[in-house]
Structure formats: structure tokens, C-alpha cells
Ligand binder design. Sequence first.
Ligand code: SF4
Ligand code: SF4
Length: 190
Amino acid sequence: MHQATLHPDETFLELLEADGKFDTNACFQCRKCTNGCPVTFAMDLYPDEVIRLVILGQRETVLKCRTIWVCAACETCTARCPNGVKIAELMDAIKERTLLERVPGPQPQILTLHRTFLKNVRKWGRAFEGTLLPAYLLRSGQFLHKWREGLWGWDIKFGWRLLCKGRFFHFPKRIKGKKEIRNILIHHKK
Ligand code: SF4
Ligand code: SF4
């Protein structure tokens, strides 16, 4: 568990709840959320710890944690919580906040990858691998880096495997509700 800082940000929860409540105060730390989470092995804070730290106003610790990026948004935690705490939604709101405040992620390029992903979904209405990876490589500067260093071997093999599975060079299927998805992601224009 991380140490609490001496000066908690008492507005943190309010800020996160600008678009809706997460009912974090109902949490009695039973850890059912954490016990059901499939990706805790890669987290630096468990989901119940994130809840507690948010309540305690530990803004910096929460915004910089790896957990929010590891979270797969599967909503198991939310479904298991006996008190109706919206844990998965809270994880998403924290991620949004890091984007708004441009808080550097625990790993380089994580914000670039996330922004590229959201842009891809906004454009196609769903994730489309055919443009997602090339866009990320260009945006992150990895394209140039790999080109200069001659590091294309792995990518070419991976691209070939995607091609063989029919994931490349096809157009994404048309989906219903594309406009609604664009409206949901209206804040992510960059
Ligand atoms: S399952 Fe709900 S009540 Fe239990 S620790 Fe997690 S958020 Fe708190
Ligand atoms: S939504 Fe995230 S935190 Fe909750 S169980 Fe799934 S991966 Fe874990």
C-alpha cells in the first residue's frame, strides 16, 4: 500500500465525479472487486486500494499509477461489488483525468497509444487494426526510430501473421451507432 501524502486533495473525488457518481463512499473494503479482477498480477495498486486512495484525496499517486492502464474495463469488479461501487467507471474517469492534465504515464508512450486508440475508434466506430498500429508507430516516433535502427524484423513478422489472419488490408465492417460513438468521444479530438 502506498503512503498517504500529508496534504490530500479534497476536491479530487468531486472532480472525478463531474460526469456522474461512483458511490465510492459505500465501499467497506471487502476486496471482492480485487479478488475477481483478472489482471491484478500486473497492477501496482489493487482496485480496492484505488478506491481508498481516491477517497483519501491521494491525487498524484492515483493519477500516476499503472493500474488504470492495466485495467481491461471488463467490469467484473463493478458486477461483484455488494455496495454498487462503480469501480470500472472510476478507473476510466481517472484515465480521462490523466489525459486532460497530461500526466505522464508509468510507461513511455502510453498516452500516445491511448489517444491513437481513441482516435481510431472515433473514426471507425470500433478499433480497426489496419490503421491503428501504423498510426501509433507514426505518432509515437517509433516508425522513424525503427527505420533508423533497422528494427523492423519483429514488426514484419507480426504484420505477416496479422495478414494471414485477415486482420490487415480489409475495410472495417460498417457498424450501427457510429455517430453516437463519435459523440461519446467528442472530447478526444487530438
Ligand atoms: S467490492 Fe465494493 S465494497 Fe468491496 S472493496 Fe471493492 S469497491 Fe469496496
Ligand atoms: S474493470 Fe478493470 S479493475 Fe475491474 S475487474 Fe476488470 S480489469 Fe479489474
